[in-house]
Design a protein around this ligand. Structure first.
Ligand code: BEZ
Length: 233
């Protein structure tokens, strides 16, 4: 039998199903989240400083993710009482200009490590007893679209997490790819030429609809407003 700690979800495949208790009641994934994007993310332990700074940041940005039709789902291998006590404490803490942060997205009790093991969150080289900082971007069809794993000692960049979500929604809505460091409003990559004639035509095109840096590398403009009009869909 495959070692259960070697299981890792893969991009382009359905995210593993699970049932769990959370600080907002029971959840049944993916059935409860049909038609929504989900960001499932883990942290090593409640009442620890890096995790506290991360929860404050995610809590502060929760409305942005809601507006993007995205449900945040946190997880650690702590129990519900610990989660509730920690989230209540977080509301009292001030950090980096953030205060009175009321975290209302569900935080999964995974004391059994049932979910953490399905998602490759227990990585014994990093910790035998705690989940690493994992982030799974799951689309409205339940497919895993992006995975991040961070070590225990490094807090995540939540603006990058938001950029990834907006990027995935842009890819889906406009049938484009996105270059390095893309931000809404910067140029996007059009699908590659599929015939020799198309490659010739693109290189000769002066209409201004796209810019070809080479026959296989053409970009075009999609304005920030056009991107924003499709987000959350
Ligand atoms: C933290 O969140 O500060 C932390 C948690 C586990 C190990 C190291 C740091």
């Amino acid at each position: 039998m495959e070692n259960e700690l070697n299981i890792m979800p893969r991009l382009g495949e359905p995210a593993p199903a699970f049932k769990a208790n959370t600080t907002q009641g029971p959840v049944n994934f993916p059935d409860d989240f049909q038609g929504k994007w989900v960001i499932l993310f883990s942290h090593p332990a409640d009442f620890t400083p890096v995790c506290t700074s991360e929860f404050m940041t995610f809590g502060k940005m929760a409305e942005d993710f809601k507006a993007l039709n995205c449900q945040l789902l946190g997880l650690s291998v702590d129990g519900l009482s610990s989660h509730i006590a920690w989230l209540r404490r977080i509301k009292e803490i001030e950090f980096n200009g953030m205060k009175n942060i009321d975290v209302r997205f569900p935080l999964i009790d995974d004391i059994s490590m049932n979910v953490a093991k399905k998602y490759g969150m227990i990585q014994p080289g990093e910790s035998q007893t705690a989940a690493v900082r994992a982030v799974f971007f799951i689309d409205p069809k339940g497919m895993t679209r992006t995975i991040l794993y961070y070590p225990l000692s490094l807090g995540r960049n939540f603006e990058e997490i938001k950029r990834i979500l907006i990027g995935l929604q842009t890819v889906d809505n406009f049938n484009v790819a996105l270059p390095a460091d893309w931000q809404p409003g910067s140029d996007v990559i059009v699908p590659a030429s599929r015939t020799m004639d198309e490659a010739d035509e693109r290189m000769a095109d002066n209409s201004g609809t796209m810019t070809c840096h080479d026959w296989f590398f053409c970009t075009k403009k999609i304005t920030k407003e056009e991107v924003e009009s499709k987000l959350g869909k």
